[in-house]
Write a protein that binds this ligand. Structure first.
Ligand code: GRF
Length: 192
């Protein structure tokens, strides 16, 4: 991974599918004077992703690809990334699985945030499964992306205690708050 030297910031792309609270948080982080990243591009697989409002609000380029023809869309994304000299990709609630080939092209430069304490609860509906299993703790993980789903090297994790009266909704809210702290911390960790 390229390091940030002095004020030279790493050009970053954020991939989203939904609300974009992590995106908003990363944008704010990137605007700090000594942040190691600058967000050059927002990629979404849906024109309806609420988070796209932050592209307009913060004047950041955005591109939407449906991923119906995944390989074709990934090819176009690779062109976008090259054009914008992107060296770091942050998956922030991005719900599509990137191909092996795409990941290989950005090997060691794609990181993801996942709402569980990996390696536990890979995949979807983590909070539902955590509550159903009456876990005492959950949390979130930032990890490198490899071709095996939610299995790349862990960069940082944050634990959250689960109380008896917690529901999927309250847990999701608590974990999301921790995600907002963890993602910038993980970026700082890998870029310093
Ligand atoms: C987060 O909980 C993230 O971990 C998961 O999807 C959610 C996205 O939230 N993969 P947001 O779109 O960043 O608000």
């Amino acid at each position: 991974m390229k390091k940030s030297i002095g004020i030279q910031k790493i050009n970053t792309a954020v991939f989203i599918s939904g609300t974009g609270s992590n995106l908003k948080n990363l944008i704010k982080f990137s605007l700090l004077r000594n942040s190691p990243i600058i967000i050059k591009l927002i990629i979404s697989n849906s024109i309806n992703a609420k988070g796209l409002i932050y592209a307009k609000k913060y004047n950041i380029k955005k591109k939407t690809y449906g991923f119906k023809k995944k390989f074709l869309d990934e090819k176009k994304i690779l062109v976008d990334l090259k054009k914008n000299k992107v060296h770091l990709i942050c998956l922030a609630g991005f719900m599509k699985i990137l191909s092996k080939n795409f990941i290989k092209r950005f090997d060691g430069k794609i990181i993801n945030i996942h709402p569980s304490l990996l390696p536990k609860y890979k995949g979807l509906n983590t909070h539902e499964r955590v509550i159903k299993n009456k876990e005492k703790f959950s949390g979130c993980t930032v990890h490198y992306v490899t071709s095996k789903l939610d299995s790349g090297k862990i960069i940082l994790q944050k634990k959250v205690k689960i109380f008896k009266n917690d529901t999927v909704k309250t847990l999701a809210k608590k974990v999301l708050q921790k995600e907002h702290v963890l993602f910038p911390k993980a970026i700082k960790k890998i870029l310093s």
